[in-house]
Design a protein around this ligand. Structure first.
Ligand code: SF4
Length: 89
């Protein structure tokens, strides 16, 4: 899967659909600093996006067997446009 690349660590987050999670632990294996299991064996996010290895998180999201994880990337076009405007001024 190829998705949009976040411009910075604050531009993305991960959503966990607890109803879809079967507790396989694959996300924990790929990104142990970002995911863990809670006391119901459901995946939960423990990591901060600023400190996370986005590549590992993306791999974990892609490897989830049930599609319970979603990598959410903010639309940064407005910010990018503003940055370009500032350069021209
Ligand atoms: S890989 Fe998917 S199904 Fe497995 S624990 Fe993580 S979120 Fe749940």
């Amino acid at each position: 899967m190829t998705g949009p690349a976040p411009a910075s660590a604050s531009d993305w987050s991960v959503a966990v659909d607890r109803d879809q999670c079967i507790g396989s632990g694959i996300c924990v294996v790929y990104a142990p600093d970002f995911f863990t299991h809670d006391d119901e064996a459901k995946a939960t996010v423990i990591g901060e996006t600023g400190d996370a290895d986005l590549s590992a998180v993306r791999t974990a999201v892609e490897a989830c067997p049930t599609g319970a994880l979603a990598l959410l990337v903010a639309d940064t076009k407005a910010a990018d446009t503003n940055a370009a405007d500032r350069k021209e001024a």
